[in-house]
Design a protein around this ligand. Structure first.
Ligand SMILES: N[C@@H](CCC(=O)N[C@@H](CS)C(=O)NCC(=O)O)C(=O)O
Length: 291
């Protein structure tokens, strides 16, 4: 029997609705996030305890072309089906860049240096209105968001860099990617870009300090999840691994590194990932120092 842990009106409502749509039997366990404690209260028939909806009628690397500077825009001449990745050195876009190298697909790399403000140009806003990297021009349309790009590339790589859809492993891969994209990345952002979240110059250090505490907890939680694992999903390398690798390199930067406890499992994982020639090639192309 499936069991969904959900808080009223929280993001878990989406999963709850889909369980109802899917017509699968499940139990709903309410864990009220606003109450600050887990109520472990079951809802179903009378006050809504276990809910069974059954019967209620019920988703050969061939080369990289390096380009630098602000993007020329959509009308620029290029090979019709050539992929083009917009990436900033050492940014989260490095994960997509590594996967392009792994996948052996021909692509062009367009460096859009976020630190130099190149993501904030009008030309780049035409590629990604959010003015963030990565963006991947697939030839059929521009894809943004790392999770979408990694998934798209993983399905075109040979061998595939994601488990077959339908099983728990496939969902586990998405669990990793969502954790990194939606929880870990914003946490790093609040530390590295605290000035964008503080209302006053004096508030910057307060924001950074509070964000750093949350970030350190998260980093240690992820380190724990990697214990005994060769790669994120166990023995098989997947797109989750280069994505984890990028955040490991971020954890080695100030102001995180000086206060971060050792992340021994993650470090060993990062070394295994770094052993792959695709990772070294991508880092070299971005002008990054070796691990
Ligand atoms: N949710 C997006 C986040 C992308 C993102 O925040 N990219 C950063 C680099 S790591 C960026 O482009 N920053 C430019 C800026 O903030 O000006 C994803 O996962 O792709």
């Amino acid at each position: 029997m499936l069991k969904l842990y959900a808080s009223p009106g929280a993001c878990s409502l989406a999963s709850h609705i889909v369980l109802e749509e899917a017509g699968l039997p499940y139990a709903l366990q309410v864990v009220d996030a606003r109450a600050g404690v887990d109520h472990l209260q079951r809802i179903g028939k009378a006050g809504l305890l276990e809910h069974d909806v059954a019967g209620e009628g019920a988703g050969a690397r061939t080369g990289v072309e390096l380009q630098h500077g602000p993007p020329p825009g959509r009308g620029a001449p290029r090979g019709r089906s050539m992929l083009k990745l917009y990436a900033s050195p050492g940014a989260c876009s490095l994960a997509s860049h590594i996967v392009l190298e792994e996948a052996g697909l021909p692509y062009a790399l367009q460096v859009v240096d976020a630190r130099a403000g190149e993501t904030r140009t009008e030309a780049y806003a035409r590629i990604n209105p959010l003015q963030r990297v990565p963006a991947l021009d697939t030839g059929e349309g521009v894809l943004t968001e790392t999770v979408a790009i990694l998934t798209w590339l993983a399905e075109r790589a040979s061998p595939r860099l994601l488990p077959e859809p339908g099983g728990l492993e496939h969902a586990r891969a998405h669990e990793w990617m969502a954790l990194l994209s939606a929880t870990l990345h914003p946490s790093f952002r609040m530390v590295f870009r605290a000035e964008r979240f503080a209302r006053t110059p004096e508030g910057v250090e307060e924001v950074r300090g509070a964000a750093l505490e949350t970030l350190l907890d998260l980093l240690q939680m992820i380190d724990g999840r990697l214990a005994g694992q060769t790669f994120a999903l166990g023995r098989d390398y997947s797109v989750c691994d280069p994505y984890l690798f990028v955040f490991y390199t971020w954890a080695r930067r100030a102001p995180v590194a000086p206060v971060c406890p050792p992340l021994l499992n993650w470090e060993a994982h990062a070394r295994r990932v770094y052993d792959r020639s695709a990772v070294r090639r991508a880092m070299e192309q971005e002008g990054l120092s070796p691990l």
